[in-house]
Design a binder for this molecule. Sequence first.
Ligand code: UDP
Ligand code: MG
Length: 311
Amino acid sequence: MKNKLAIVVPAYNEEKVLKQTIKVLTQLIRDLQPKQIASDSFILFVDDGSTDQTWNFIKTASLQNPMIRGLKLARNFGHQYALWAGLMEVRSQVDFSISIDTDLQDDPTVIPQMINDYEEKGWQIVYGVRNNRDNDRWLKRTTANLFYKVMNLIGTHIVPNHADFRLMSRKALDLLALYPERQLFLRGLIPQLGLKTGKVTYKRQTRKAGQSKYTVPKMLNLAWNGITLFSNALLRVPTLLGILTFLLGCVLGGIQMLNMHHVSWNLILFLIVSSTILISLGIIAEYLGKIFNEIKGRPRYLIEERTIRHD
Ligand code: UDP
Ligand code: MG
């Protein structure tokens, strides 16, 4: 029996490109059946609270073609949440999923390669990684590179140049579902699952129609979530500043006491008092970080496999 696939596609105000996407993806599924995937494989569009004709298009398409399914969120929750909703919806029904954006910027022609890697090599997660950023505007390219540098610096493992175009096996989806946190940054979460993973590279296209739904505030919010949800490094800033302020106070105090140069005692006192406040804040921040980690409720361990029980 062939493995059953669900392609999960979040869509927010995508009426301009949706018809073309439906055509391309249904053709892709038809080409893959029945040799590579099960005949009841399907495409799930998640309408993330669109205000245009997106949902109507999805509904009409689903009536005409049983391969198309739709899920309408009650309002605009954001890409990460729409994607999560889609993945959790299909999890119990399929052997594996592939998530892709509606605008066809991620190249669907590498999907057969992804499936091949999942089936032949046993990869549980296959990341779609873009091989260049030629199609990005300067601002997006620069901020993206800066983001990957910062993430590396604070020690968070994410796959560079990978957005949310990826294959996940049922096992990977089941492990992902064990993460109960509310605020999502899937690109940070999924590498934490472990499992056998791999990459396929592709050339990211320009948007086929419509405009980017990732406004600058939405993009910054995503990056900020990535940084703050996966590292408590920023909470150490007050401690660091406190230590520096204290050292500066000591040096200036020494200079004054040794009569090397006149330094105001007011300044020295100010630095010492500031440093105690900053270090105290830093201590509170350490506990806050621990509380934050606890509250996320991430699983302590993940089981990949068990041997068969004989009892
Ligand atoms: N999207 C969504 N909710 C949002 C914003 C975007 O579901 O609030 C979807 C959008 O329809 C698309 C995907 O997320 O399928 C990526 O968005 P977009 O292509 O606009 O982002 P970009 O490629 O410009 O970063
Ligand atoms: Mg896009």
